[in-house]
Design a protein around this ligand. Structure first.
Ligand SMILES: NC(=O)c1ccc[n+]([C@@H]2O[C@H](COP(=O)([O-])OP(=O)(O)OC[C@H]3O[C@@H](n4cnc5c(N)ncnc54)[C@H](O)[C@@H]3O)[C@@H](O)[C@H]2O)c1
Length: 334
């Protein structure tokens, strides 16, 4: 039996692939390599398939049957909020279309266990700072909408043919479990700050006049290996039968401000780099933190890493890569 990981050559997928391999599982990867890197998946067999292309459904079904797939972890998706606002129909085609093809192939191949990569983006701008899974989902951009629709699709397949599924709603994923698996995208705060430093620019804080203790936005940062571990535990849950609930926040239940993240990076890098204060960005809630009791109680999961671990691992991975940052007046960075 094997586990199929879609998007396994990407940032989060590659961590889960490696963790599964270390635990002795046979893993196969489906990835169109639009953002993935095949060197990240070890000896897992790669099927280079574009999930959003309906003509690939038969190939996908065949791959599942040939590889004796027992369960699917579905990461493959587009994840840029701004791009989703500019190209909504294409985002639906990619994320919802890809999910539809995957679910149909799973049905055809008789695979009935699914772990789906959802996002805190399904909550939109919630009226409370700490959200649990029962709060009404009101996404405010097409990216978040596609994630919520994919959850509905899984629920519909549960009713129609007994799909056993879990949707993991990630909060702010960061860090590196292994230095060679750093986040290659520059879309989230930590890599955005590091990229500015690498390029000799000044990292920015978008708004310092929010109603938070230091005026900057507060988010729930979760270490990538804690995220990966939640997938392993979710596999155990669906293997045991239909879970009593399906949606799980993956966060830490604690908040860290943008300013605290920047100060943490200054401390870890030993460099008091300058920071620019820029205008607020549209659609940024002041505070967004995930209540994670459900994941703890039903899966026995808990976050093992704190923000210092996250920032240290991100910094070390960055420094071990070709993007190494030159820290002024530091021999360590020479
Ligand atoms: N990184 C985050 O902070 C974050 C937060 C919340 C949710 N998520 C979700 O987690 C998942 C993984 O995110 P990531 O950060 O690892 O992204 P990523 O871009 O690094 O990985 C996505 C992978 O999917 C592949 N892919 C994309 N479209 C595909 C398609 N049509 N067919 C086949 N392969 C395709 C890409 O080549 C890439 O390897 C996504 O679904 C994303 O929406 C990520």
């Amino acid at each position: 039996m094997s586990i199929l990981v879609t998007g396994g050559a990407g940032y989060i997928g590659a961590h889960v692939v490696r963790m599964l391999q270390e635990q002795g599982h046979k893993v196969v990867v489906v990835d169109d390599l639009s953002f993935g890197d095949p060197s990240r998946i070890g000896d897992a067999k790669l099927f280079q398939i574009d999930l959003a292309d309906p003509s690939t459904r038969a190939r996908l079904t065949e791959a599942m049957m040939d590889e004796d797939v027992e369960a699917v972890i579905h990461f493959a998706a587009r994840k840029q909020v701004g791009e989703s606002v500019e190209r909504p129909a294409w985002y639906y085609q990619q994320n919802v279309g890809g999910m539809a093809n995957l679910l149909r192939a799973m049905y055809d191949a008789g695979v009935d266990q699914l772990i789906f990569s959802s996002s805190a983006a399904v909550y939109g701008m919630p009226p409370v700072p700490v959200v649990d899974e029962t709060i009404e989902c009101k996404p405010i951009n097409p990216y978040g909408e596609t994630k919520l629709i994919c959850e509905w699709m899984a629920a519909d397949c549960e009713r129609a043919w007994g799909l056993k599924w879990v949707a993991l709603r990630y909060f702010n994923v960061a860090g590196a479990g292994w230095p060679d698996l750093m986040d290659p995208a520059r879309l989230n705060l930590v890599p955005m700050v590091l990229e500015r430093l690498e390029k000799g620019g000044t990292p920015a804080i978008f708004g310092d006049d929010y109603d938070t203790p230091d005026g900057t936005c507060v988010r729930d940062y979760i270490h990538i290996t804690d995220i990966a571990d939640a997938h392993i535990k979710s596999l155990d849950l669906v293997r045991d039968g239909q879970p009593e609930v399906h949606e799980f926040n993956v966060g830490t239940g604690t908040g860290t401000s943008v300013k605290e993240i920047i100060e943490g990076l200054q401390r870890i890098s030993g460099w008091d780099f300058p920071v620019a204060i820029e205008e607020r960005r549209a659609g940024d809630p002041p505070k967004l933190i995930g209540e994670t009791k459900r994941l703890q109680h039903l899966m026995g999961w808990e976050a093992k890493h704190d923000v210092t671990d996250i920032l240290t691992s991100a910094w070390e991975a960055w420094q071990a890569s070709p993007h190494r940052i030159k820290v002024p007046n530091s021999n360590a960075a020479e």
